[in-house]
Write a protein that binds this ligand. Structure first.
Ligand code: FPP
Length: 333
């Protein structure tokens, strides 16, 4: 099945289509490639990879393509007694993987399965996350070793809100911290004084959206900086003077969507750029045309196309980067 552009994308080349079945096959094949070096070199990302692959399948309209039981078995095998998740069995617990685990459990509506696996699992996960908030600054560490970054603050807010336990942390203090990370250009960095980066803009604006504090954002200035990320070839970069990359279709566009300025970039040119990053034979998307595909760029390319309302894709939530109907179900909207 090949899904083609619909109305509003009429000027795309006729062969610019999303190769849905190829991408489904590519994602399904990933866990069977255990004789390849790359499989073992990426073990430290396994739980993120499962979230990327599974979410892409849901957006492509093929949620059944990976077995629910097998996914949950793997996710729970990464859960520590402390309530944090590692990237793979035996790996240390970290915020990045805990967030992916909560996203997977939420998407599969598996909170009862979690409780069956670990009594009070929901509460334990939330307490593990809450304990990583720095009481002095309001930001979050990624793990017990203490590296702090606005990515971890966002992961904490995203996970806690899906768990219904955001009140366990000091939201106002975290908002103050985000405000201390804003730069003269209206964009955000990893910490106070750090360079503006659109990945960090996504995490800061995402956390402010979850906190209901978008009033804190200089939306005109930030919208201008984000719209300047589009290059002549239609792709988006993450910072001034950098090259385009499909993953920035997500970090930049989701941020624009949160401040209602998605129309400040040329969606048609970006759609053509993302479609040009597909491997039309073996499936998957790469960072830019002609490069090797991987599941990270496959997921963020498809999520970007969903934000662009590409025909046939399920709608993605710009904050949670999950199917919108799942987020509505979890938050009781
Ligand atoms: C670019 O990194 C991306 C970021 C810094 C944002 C990462 C955000 C998260 C981990 C939050 C979780 C995300 C979701 C979707 C729930 P990079 O290292 O590739 O940057 P570079 O291109 O400048 O090297």
């Amino acid at each position: 099945l090949v899904s083609g552009p619909g109305r509003g994308m009429a000027s795309l080349p006729a062969d610019a289509c999303l190769h849905v079945d190829k991408h489904v096959n590519y994602i399904q094949s990933l866990d069977t490639r255990k004789d390849e070096l790359e499989y073992w070199l990426t073990e430290h990302l396994r739980l993120n990879g499962l979230y990327w692959g599974m979410t892409a399948l849901h957006l492509l309209g093929h949620p059944e393509a990976l077995p629910r039981h097998g996914i949950l078995e793997f996710v729970f095998s990464c859960l520590h007694e402390s309530g944090g998740f590692g990237a793979a069995p035996g790996h240390d617990a970290h915020m990045l993987y805990t967030c992916s685990a909560v996203q997977i459990i939420a998407t599969l509506d598996a909170f009862d399965d979690l409780e069956a696996h670990m009594k009070d699992g929901r509460q334990k996960i939330a307490e593990w996350i809450a304990n990583l908030q720095d009481p002095e600054t309001g930001t979050f560490a990624g793990d017990e070793w203490g590296e702090k970054d606005t990515r971890f603050l966002f992961n904490a807010f995203l996970s806690l809100s899906l768990l219904g336990l955001l009140h366990l942390v000091d939201v106002d203090k975290a908002v103050q911290h985000i405000n201390s990370c804003v730069n003269f250009d209206g964009a955000y960095g990893t910490s106070p004084g750090a360079e503006s980066h659109s990945g960090q803009v996504y995490t800061c604006v995402g956390a402010l959206t979850i906190a209901g504090r978008l009033d804190q954002v200089n939306q005109e200035k930030l919208g201008a900086w984000l719209s300047e990320r589009q290059l002549k070839n239609g792709g988006l970069n993450g910072r001034p003077e950098k090259t385009e990359d499909v993953c920035y279709s997500w970090w930049v566009m989701s941020s624009l969507a949160m401040i209602n300025k998605l129309h400040w970039i040329d969606g048609e040119k970006l759609t053509a750029f993302i479609l040009g990053c597909q491997d039309p034979d073996l499936g998957g998307l790469s960072d830019r045309p002609g490069d090797m595909v991987d599941v990270f760029h496959t997921h963020f390319g498809i999520a970007g196309l969903s934000l662009l309302k590409y025909p046939g894709l399920a709608e993605v939530d710009p904050v949670y980067c999950m199917p919108r109907d799942v987020v509505h179900r979890c938050l009781g909207r």
